[in-house]
Design a protein around this ligand. Structure first.
Ligand SMILES: *Cc1c(COP(=O)(O)O)cnc(C)c1O
Length: 500
C-alpha cells in the first residue's frame, strides 16, 4: 500500500512515510485508499490482543511480512503490560464500559502505539537502506514524551530527544521525563506550551542539516502522533474493544457500540474513526474536549479558530489548540485542495471555515462536546461514589461529556457506550484525592500512598519506582533555543558514531 500526503499528490512507500513522519509539503501521510471493511467476527472470535493487532496492521502495512508483524506484536504487547488483555474493558453497567488503556510502561494510552512503533521504524530504516542514525524528535504535552522515551530507549541505531512544556505537566509526569534512563535519550523542558514545542519541532524538521552539522551521520524522524506508525496500532484496540464487548455479553455480535474519546491531538479518535471505516460496528463517535474546546466549537459551527486563550487544565494532554491529526480527518471529508487551503489559513490567520457541504458530511461521522474543570471534577467524584471506579482527569472529561449528552437525549438510547480511559488515575494524585474526597499531603509519592490506603488500588510499580530514581535531565530552555539544543545533540551523536 502506498501513502499520500493530505495536501498534494505526493506518494511514498510505508517505509518512507514511517521515516519521514511529515510529508514534504507539510501535510500528513494517509493510505492512498482506506481498505474496504474487512473485519470478520467468525475469524477473529478467539483472537488474542496480539493476533488482533496483526490482523489489522497487515492491511495497512502490506509490505511487512505477516510473521514479522506477529513478532513485533509479541514483543510490543508482552510483559511490559500489567494485564494479558493489554486493554481490559470493564463493563460498569448495561449502559457503559471503560476501556482501560493505561496498563503499559508509562500508565497512559500512548504506550499502546509507542510499544510497537520502534519496531516499525527499525523495519523502515532497514527497508529504506538508511545507514545513518535516526534521531527521533518529539514534542509532548505530557504523556507522549515518556511513552516514546520508554519505547525507544537503547534501541539500536536510534536516538531520541523530547521537549515538554515545563509548566504544563504534572509533577509525576515531570519526574517520569527528568528521570528517564537510557544511553540514547535527551529530555528538555521549554518555556512555552505544547503548541510552541510542536511547531518548533516541525520547523527543525523542515531544515536540512549540513554534513558539518552532522547531517551525514544523523537523520530526523518523529514519534508524534502524526506518524502513521502511531496511528495504525491504535486502530487495533478499537477492534479489540469490540471483540471484548461481544465476549463479555455487553453487546450482541451484530450490535453497535458508541465511543467517547478524550481528545487532544486527535490521534486516538481518528483511529476509532478508521476502525469504523474498516468494519468495527461503532455507532456514535464523540470527541470530548476540555476547556481548550477548539474541536467541540468546530463540530458545532464549522469554524476552527485557534485565536483564543490557552487554558492549563488538570487534563494537560488535552491542552492543545492545534490538533494535528484533525488534518487527516479533514482530508477524508473535504479532499486535498480544501485541506491544503484550510491548513494555510490556520497557519497564517489562525482560523478556517469549511463549507456547509463538508459540515453535513462531518456531522454524520462525529460529534463534539466539552467539559470545564468543575464538570470534570464532579464527574470523577460521582463515578467514584456511584460505581467505586476511579477515573483520571482525561477520562473524567470524556465521562462528563458523555453524561451531559446522555441527559440531553443526544446519545442513542439502548446503545452501549465505551469511555476511553486514557491514563491511570494515579498519574494525577491531587485530582484523584479530590475525586475520592480525601485530603492528601507531602510529595506526589506520599499522596499515592495515601490514595492506595484509601481506595485499595495499589500504586503501579512504574510510578512507585520513580521516587528514588536520579534526576538526569533537569534543564529548561526558551523555545528559541530548541534548534540549537538539537544541533548540539546531533554533533555529539556524530562524534560518537565517528568513534565506533
Ligand atoms: C495523549 C492523551 C490524550 C489525547 O489523545 P490524542 O490522541 O492526542 O487526541 C488524552 N488523554 C491522555 C491521558 C493522553 O495521554
Amino acid at each position: 500500500m502506498k501513502y499520500r500526503s493530505t495536501r498534494s499528490g505526493e506518494t511514498v512507500t510505508a517505509a518512507e512515510a514511517l521515516l519521514r513522519g511529515l510529508a514534504k509539503d507539510g501535510g500528513l501521510y494517509v493510505p492512498e485508499a482506506l481498505p474496504a471493511p474487512f473485519l470478520n467476527y467468525e475469524e477473529m472470535r478467539d483472537f488474542s490482543y496480539q493476533e488482533t493487532a496483526v490482523y489489522v496492521l497487515k492491511r495497512f502495512f502490506t509490505e511487512i511480512p505477516e510473521e514479522t508483524l506477529a513478532d513485533f506484536a509479541r514483543k510490543a504487547y508482552g510483559p511490559s503490560f500489567e494485564t494479558r488483555d493489554i486493554v481490559p474493558v470493564r463493563t460498569i453497567n448495561e449502559s457503559f464500559s471503560m476501556a482501560e488503556m493505561f496498563h503499559g510502561r508509562t500508565c497512559a494510552f500512548k504506550d499502546l502505539a509507542l510499544s510497537l512503533f520502534p519496531y516499525l521504524l527499525s523495519w523502515a530504516k532497514k527497508k529504506a537502506g538508511e545507514t545513518r542514525r535516526v534521531l527521533i524528535l518529539t514534542a509532548t504535552s505530557g504523556d507522549t514524551g515518556k511513552a516514546a522515551l520508554e519505547g525507544f530507549r537503547d534501541v539500536e541505531g536510534m536516538n531520541i530527544c523530547v521537549f515538554y512544556p515545563s509548566h504544563g505537566v504534572s509533577p509525576l509526569q515531570k519526574d517520569q521525563m527528568q528521570k528517564q534512563e537510557g544511553g540514547n535519550v535527551r529530555v528538555c523542558g521549554i518555556e512555552g506550551n505544547f503548541d510552541d514545542a510542536q511547531s518548533a519541532v516541525k520547523e527543525i524538521f523542515s531544515t536540512a542539516l549540513s554534513p558539518e552539522e552532522g547531517g551525514d551521520a544523523v537523520s530526523f524522524s518523529s514519534a508524534n502522533s502524526i506518524n502513521i506508525g502511531r496511528l495504525f496500532p491504535q486502530v487495533a484496540y478499537y477492534v479489540w474493544i469490540w471483540l471484548s464487548l461481544v465476549r463479555s455479553g455487553s453487546i450482541g455480535q451484530k450490535e453497535a457500540f458508541n465511543v467517547v474519546v478524550p481528545t487532544g491531538n486527535f490521534g486516538n479518535i481518528l483511529a476509532a474513526w478508521i476502525a469504523r471505516e474498516i468494519g468495527t460496528p461503532i455507532g456514535q463517535l464523540v470527541c470530548a474536549s476540555n476547556e481548550n474546546h477548539v474541536l467541540s466549537d468546530f463540530f458545532a459551527t464549522g469554524t476552527y479558530d485557534r485565536r483564543r486563550e490557552f487554558h492549563l487544565t488538570k487534563s494537560p494532554s488535552m491542552d492543545i489548540l492545534i490538533s494535528s491529526n484533525f488534518e487527516r480527518f479533514l482530508y477524508y471529508m473535504a479532499g486535498p485542495e480544501a485541506t491544503a487551503e484550510a491548513m494555510r489559513e490556520l497557519k497564517e490567520e489562525g482560523v478556517y471555515t469549511v463549507s456547509s457541504e463538508v459540515m453535513d458530511r462531518i456531522g454524520k461521522e462525529m460529534m463534539g462536546g466539552w467539559a470545564d474543570e468543575a464538570a470534570m471534577a464532579s464527574a470523577a467524584s460521582s463515578v467514584y461514589e456511584k460505581y467505586d471506579y476511579l477515573m483520571d482527569p482525561h477520562t473524567a472529561v470524556a465521562y462528563a461529556v458523555y453524561n451531559d449528552l446522555r441527559r440531553r437525549g443526544r446519545i442513542t438510547r439502548g446503545t452501549h457506550t465505551v469511555i476511553i480511559s486514557t491514563a491511570h488515575p494515579y498519574k494525577f494524585p491531587d485530582a484523584s484525592a479530590e475525586a475520592i474526597g480525601v485530603p492528601v499531603a507531602g510529595n506526589a509519592y506520599d499522596k499515592l500512598r495515601t490514595l492506595a490506603e484509601q481506595t485499595g488500588i495499589s500504586v503501579p510499580p512504574q510510578l512507585a519506582r520513580l521516587e528514588h530514581a536520579e534526576v538526569r535531565f533537569p534543564g529548561t530552555i526558551a523555545r528559541e533555543g530548541m534548534a540549537d539544543f538539537v544541533r548540539a545533540y546531533v554533533r555529539e551523536i556524530g562524534k560518537e558514531c565517528g568513534k565506533q
